[in-house]
Design a binder for this molecule. Structure first.
Ligand code: BGC
Length: 771
């Protein structure tokens, strides 16, 4: 469809029914009848809401989008959609309708109360019809529309949806519907915000998973309490098929995990996560909520004993933002394949409008730290360029006048304490995300679009957070960041780990300066290149002086301290071997276990590999005992847990205050699995150059990665056979490729051509068998 600019003459409309900070209100329906004289040659509906909407023309949905128009900083911006509705209109009488949910605008958001942005949802709609005679007719939202509440008694992301099928407004969006009982709409003040087209990707239903009935210990099979397992922790909602008497009410309880065979919901905190459906008593009834979503693997369905309800079918509808699957990884190790599966589902479950920390408890926020940790892995599995283009704009919108980048984006008022600045590794998403996306997709625009915001943040840091090139310097700021969030080396059981915050801050600051210089170079900003390279040099020097001893020890002596120092090149080259040896000593002392949190974990295996300890990297990857990536896998996880110790046999569940079973952050290891275990690495942005660098290790005997890149399909598969390494490599026509073998190996050919080729490598020490 053509995207010509829209000249709005529509007005914002709303219902006069308003909830409150803690009171939910029914979802308002809106409608308008109109006549079309002559044959319709084209018709486009431009529509948006503050809240979330679904629109219909003559009884037909105009799209299959869910939660349109998505989440932005509604104080600044909202996106509209344009739908081609030519085929839905007829000559003569027609009707246009829409129903609104509170969504992020006026529903519960995070752990806050309702009405974060406004007290009730609002609609803006403009239908532009061109008839065969060339005349243009407009139907716009204005005072002539009517509104009424319908069957959606309440609908909220955190709480759930309550639907009374007895109140259905049958035919409400058709011209024949009698709306005499409907009310006039309210005309709220026009919000002073930008209304524009979205650069992002819409949320849609992605797949349907059938529920399998499971016994609840101690509950009789015919009791009005049924448990269904979808076999997968997911984000979405339940589609219910039931029969029963009019007025019977069914409750759906959602849970990620079971405790003693029954749903465990304590970790959902204030989020009710329950839906209610009241039957109309009309034979088989199929219901799926419209304006809510939950994070769950299990659904428990209950109703009152005396009501004769039959549950015919229970399905899970998986929702996430549209993103094409681009990359796959598999190998000979079954548990690692399950880990890969969990990483992919962690992404599906948390890429809903914004990259969220988790999809289930009263949080579901665009935590900047989590997003930067995972972005590289995300960009392998799915095409997330559009998704992040939109979110990076959200990040820039959320920057304060002083230059701060908040810890969550968008940042609605949440109540309670939250720093204004996200701090080290959180706010730094503003550098890491666009740069990573540029590397993965070769897209310069995302860097260009964010550059000013990045530069402003660097100025903010220099002015407010840095002393003597040390960021989060104890003398500068009382709060130095979230630390190495959820690291296991915290002696007091705190969440921040033991790695000093100023050390983390300064390491990340050095990386920021480096990325600024890279970005400046890409965009041809020569003066900035010089400025940020110099700054980088000063930060590195400050880091060395303050944190690195003459014999290569890093202050604090934590795994993450070494990881950051080594990964960002902050340790003098002559000392790196010693530092790496100390990191290995710490890991071994810990029984070959990691102790890193959100900040250190993504780089851990890369650092071990780069400093001659790939064997230790493999040992950590294949480690099955706690704490490790495979420990949750061994314990039945189908997504990535928020915490290494979300559940342990000794302690049971972690603190209910913070224990999600669907947090993608630690899934960032997927990046190493692809780049090293399979051996598919970016050589130049957008895979214009590919480096195949298989590094067989651990117990793995074969591995493969396939990726659809902007240049075409790339693939690598290797297998160890009879002491040889057999490689299948696929190079797209538009790319250059290079083969890098483990030290001491040689290949029968290294000349890589576009297309698929087989190459055999042998260790230099093996004697070639006569052929
Ligand atoms: C979120 C995290 C987030 C953290 C910040 C938590 O509540 O779930 O994933 O990054 O807070 O410290």
């Amino acid at each position: 469809m053509q995207h010509s600019p829209v000249s709005w003459s529509a007005q914002w409309i709303a219902s006069s029914i308003v909830g409150g900070p803690r009171v939910m209100a029914p979802a308002p329906f809106f409608r308008k009848n109109f006549r079309v004289e002559g044959a319709v040659s084209s018709a486009v509906l431009h529509i948006t809401a503050l809240g979330v909407f679904e629109a219909e023309v003559n009884g037909h949905a105009v799209s299959d989008e869910v939660f349109a128009p998505g989440w932005t900083d509604y104080n600044k911006r909202v996106y509209f959609r344009s739908y081609d509705v030519t085929g839905l209109l007829a000559t003569g009488e027609n009707a246009l309708g829409a129903v609104l949910g509170d969504g992020w605008y006026s529903g519960y958001v995070g752990w806050g109360e309702r009405n974060a942005y406004g007290e009730r949802p609002m609609l803006l709609a403009q239908l532009e019809i061109t008839t065969a005679d060339g005349k243009v007719q407009r139907v716009v939202s204005d005072a002539s529309w009517k509104t009424a509440p319908g069957p959606i008694v309440e609908a909220d992301f955190m709480m759930g949806e309550t639907y009374d099928a007895r109140r259905e407004l049958s035919g409400w969006s058709t011209a024949a519907f009698d709306d005499v009982a409907w009310q006039a709409v309210a005309l709220p003040e026009t919000p002073k915000i930008v209304v524009e087209r979205s650069p992002g990707t819409p949320v849609r239903r992605q797949e349907i998973l059938p529920g399998t009935r499971q016994e609840i210990p101690g509950v009789k099979a015919d009791a009005p309490r049924r448990l269904f397992d979808f076999g997968q922790n997911l984000t979405g909602r339940v589609r219910l098929t039931v029969r029963g008497p009019r007025g019977a009410q069914v409750e759906i309880i959602h849970a990620e995990i079971l405790e003693k065979g029954a749903p465990y919901t304590a970790n959902l905190r204030k989020a009710r996560c329950r839906d209610y459906y009241t039957l109309k008593g009309d034979g088989v009834e199929v219901w799926e909520p419209r304006f809510t979503f939950h994070g769950f693997r299990y659904a428990e369905i209950t109703w009152k004993q005396r009501e004769d309800v039959t549950v015919e079918k229970v399905e899970a509808v998986v929702l996430h933002s549209e993103m094409a699957k681009t990359g796959t990884f598999s190998c000979s190790h079954a548990l690692l394949n399950q880990l890969e599966h969990n990483i992919v589902w962690g992404q599906k479950g948390n890429f809903l409008e914004v990259p969220t920390d988790c999809p289930q408890r009263d949080e579901r926020l665009g935590w900047t730290g989590d997003a930067q940790v995972f972005v590289r892995t995300a960009a392998f599995h799915f095409d997330v360029l559009g998704f992040f283009r939109k979110w990076m704009r959200d990040v820039c919108d959320s920057q304060s006048v002083a230059g701060e980048i908040p810890p969550v984006v968008p940042q609605p008022p949440l109540g309670g304490w939250l720093p204004k600045d996200g701090g080290p590794a959180w706010a730094d998403a503003v550098f890491i995300c666009p740069w990573t996306l540029y590397r993965c997709y070769g897209d310069t625009e995302i860097v260009r679009d964010t550059y000013e915001c990045m530069a402003t943040y660097m100025d903010y840091l220099a002015k407010h957070k840095v002393k003597d090139f040390i960021r989060s310097h104890p003398e500068v700021d009382g709060w130095g960041g979230f630390g190495d969030w959820l690291a296991l080396d915290g002696s007091t059981g705190g969440c921040e780990g033991l790695t000093p915050r100023d050390l983390i801050g300064t390491a990340m600051y050095a990386n920021n300066a480096h990325l600024m210089a890279e970005a400046a170079e890409l965009l041809g900003k020569t003066a900035d290149v010089k400025k940020y390279r110099e700054l980088h040099g000063r930060i590195v020097e400050a880091f060395r002086n303050r944190y690195v001893t003459a014999d290569g020890l890093v202050f604090g002596n934590t795994q993450t301290g070494y990881v950051l120092g080594l990964h960002f090149g902050l340790i003098p080259p002559a000392l790196r071997e010693k530092s790496a040896a100390e990191l290995v000593r710490l890991i071994k002392k810990n029984g070959t276990h990691l102790a890193t949190g959100f900040v250190g974990t993504p780089y851990l295996l890369h650092v071990l590999e780069a400093h001659g300890h790939i064997d230790v990297a493999y040992a950590l990857l294949e480690q099955e005992t706690f704490p490790s990536w495979l420990f949750p896998v061994k314990n039945g996880a189908t997504t990535i847990w928020e915490r290494w110790d979300g559940w342990t046999p000794e302690k049971g569940f972690q603190d209910v205050g913070m224990n999600s079973f669907n947090h993608y952050a630690y899934g960032a290891v997927g990046d190493w699995m692809v780049s090293t275990v399979a051996g598919l690495e970016i050589g130049a942005p957008g895979y214009k150059k590919i480096v195949f660098k298989p590094r067989p290790g651990g117990t793995i005997t074969w591995a493969e990665a396939k990726l659809r890149t902007p240049q075409g399909d790339v693939g690598i598969r290797w297998e160890l056979k009879g002491g040889k390494l057999e490689l299948d490599l696929t190079v797209p026509a538009g790319s250059e490729a290079e083969l890098s073998l483990p030290e001491g190996w040689k290949a029968d050919s290294r000349a890589l051509k576009p297309g698929t080729q087989k190459i055999t490598a042998t260790p230099a020490w093996s004697v070639a068998a006569p052929t």
